[in-house]
Design a binder for this molecule. Structure first.
Ligand SMILES: [Zn+2]
Ligand SMILES: [Zn+2]
Length: 142
């Protein structure tokens, strides 16, 4: 993802192109599922001195515009990613909190279809798989 692509994405979403937004999007493209503090640290590495507030504002604008998805597994701080729109799920390590993407099992996951929708128009189901990542499982076994 080049800087030009990121700027294009911002323009297509009707957002003003700012140094902070370009930096936040670029960081999230390279590091999915990143929490706010880490985004701030990495944005400063690529864009120099940027305030906490500027990063918060950029994350909020990008999330509202649908360019960024905010996820918050139970017991975790909010994390952000640029893979949006496919309602994919996540697997979270109970030990080190590493997160990986799990594609949605469309039509084959009975638990995603409510037994009774109560007339609601359902457009999203939250599924989080919990366990141990390969590193932590290996460490636990040894
Ligand atoms: Zn782990
Ligand atoms: Zn994800």
């Amino acid at each position: 993802m080049s800087g030009a692509d990121v700027e294009e994405q911002l323009r297509e979403s009707g957002l003003r192109v700012t140094r902070q937004r370009v930096a936040v999007l670029t960081v999230l493209h390279d590091h999915p599922h990143t929490d706010t503090d880490t985004v701030i640290r990495q944005v400063r590495e690529v864009a120099g001195d940027v305030s906490h507030q500027a990063v918060y504002d950029a994350l909020r604008a990008l999330t509202e515009a649908g360019l960024v998805r905010r996820i918050q597994p139970t017991g975790s701080v909010a994390r952000y990613e640029v893979r949006v729109g496919d309602n994919h799920h996540h697997v979270v390590c109970r030990s080190c909190a590493a997160i990986a993407d799990v594609d949605c099992a469309v039509g084959e996951a009975p638990c995603l279809t409510p037994s009774d929708s109560h007339g609601y128009l359902i457009d999203q189901a939250e599924v989080t798989y919990w366990g141990l990542c390969p590193e932590c499982a290996a460490a636990a076994a040894s």
